[in-house]
Design a protein around this ligand. Structure first.
Ligand code: SAM
Length: 380
């Protein structure tokens, strides 16, 4: 690793202003560390002034679905070599790293995968993470993203263990479309049952993520909106992204978020809602008739790197500072070599301090030939 100025030391770093203006100021590291972050909490800033607030933890690279836009079945077939058991972080190792991240200012932990529910004993991990406390003594905000296939029996144990919320990925209510899009002929009713179980277990309001692909499931926008309005779920439409290299992504398959808002707004008028917090990924809209709200994640048509406060930990313990990174920083080796929490914290802090990623904003500048990691390895 390139030697970096030590936190608290006398090195110099550049830092863009908080509002994302192109102007760049130069600050000594010691000053940078003391700066108040946009949310007023202490925390480490990257080279663009973005605090480390969110950690997405992938607990497995395996999934029981083969969605063609994420893990196409012809590439990830029977012979595909997923990570062997001993290369995946144990729950104790995840708990330890998560604690170090919380010490650096993370207050939101999201468990993801692959499909997190395919890993055995997941409630045990949830219970361990739920014990973590922020510097003010508050518990961490602990959520999970899942395809919902196992929620019918897992929602209650997960809630009992301390999970607070779930986001369920559901691309269509039409059984034929859903079966095709999950690549394994999985019936939509089982996911709907899982969502009901999550609500009953107190994990609501459930967020439902829909990835739209032109010509595949865009006819389902209104039925999904109607269903979510009636049931009180928060629907979020995600633009199909050029993550990884196996899905053959094409720009003309992206359904722009603005089009989704127009289609739904024609049926049920909408108004924009201010972001709940700085760095919120979804652009929020409220139904004028008072029947809840929905979100759109316009990562292709309106990139939002300027507010990105997320880090991602892969199942084998690599830290990625951008969803579109090809290179992860290995945390498993130092962890297994017996370094102290303080040393781990220094290492992670150094990585974050020099973070400069803004892939989505640079997408137009021929980034398509760069190597990229697959979405299932990072969990979205
Ligand atoms: N298996 C879990 C699930 O289904 O939510 C967690 C992992 S999955 C990779 C996380 C999210 O990424 C899902 O909502 C999925 O639809 C989304 N996703 C995967 N590939 C995508 C792509 N190319 N563009 C946009 N979203 C994608």
């Amino acid at each position: 690793m390139v030697p970096l100025p030590r936190p608290g030391g006398t090195g110099w770093l550049t830092r863009a202003t908080f509002d994302g203006l192109a102007t760049t100021s130069v600050y000594p590291c010691s000053v940078l560390e003391q700066m108040t972050t946009f949310d007023g909490r202490p925390g480490r800033l990257d080279s663009r002034g973005r605090a480390l607030r969110d950690l997405r933890i992938s607990v497995t690279d395996r999934c029981n679905f083969r969605c063609p836009y994420c893990m196409p079945g012809d590439v990830f077939g029977r012979d595909y070599q997923f990570l062997p058991r001993d290369e995946i972080l144990s729950y104790e190792e995840i708990r330890r790293l998560a604690g170090v991240f919380v010490g650096l200012g993370v207050h939101k932990l999201r468990i993801t995968g692959g499909e997190p529910t395919v890993r055995r004993g997941l409630p045990d991990l949830v219970a361990m993470l739920a014990e973590l406390r922020l510097s003010d003594g508050e518990p961490v905000d602990l959520a999970m993203t899942t395809n919902g296939s196992a929620l019918r029996h897992l929602a209650r144990p997960l809630a009992d263990a301390g999970l607070r919320r779930v986001t369920v990925s559901l691309d269509s209510l039409d059984d034929d479309v859903f079966r095709r899009m999950n690549g394994v002929d999985f019936p939509v009713t089982r996911v709907l049952d899982g969502i009901d179980a999550a609500v009953q277990a107190g994990l609501g309001p459930v967020k439902v993520n829909v990835v739209l692909k032109r010509g595949e499931n865009d006819a389902g926008i209104l039925p999904l909106a109607r269903w979510a309005r009636d049931a009180g779920h928060v629907l979020r439409f995600i633009e199909y992204m050029d993550v990884g290299t196996t899905n053959g992504w094409r720009l003309d398959e992206v359904v722009p978020a603005a089009e989704v808002i127009e289609v739904i707004g024609r049926e049920w008028p909408l108004e924009a809602v201010d972001a709940g917090y700085r760095g919120e990924v979804a652009e929020r809209w409220r139904y004028l008739d008072g029947q809840g709200e929905l979100g759109v994640i316009a990562s292709v048509t309106q990139p939002f790197c300027g507010d990105c406060t997320r880090a991602r930990l892969s199942a084998e313990g690599k830290l990625y500072t951008c969803l579109f990174s090809a290179i992860g920083h290995d945390l498993r080796a130092p962890l297994r070599d017996g370094v102290s929490d303080a040393e781990l914290s220094d290492r992670i802090g150094e990585i974050w301090t020099v973070r400069d990623d803004r892939y989505s904003e640079r997408r137009a500048a021929a980034t398509d030939r760069l190597p990229k990691i697959e979405m299932f390895a990072l969990g979205g």
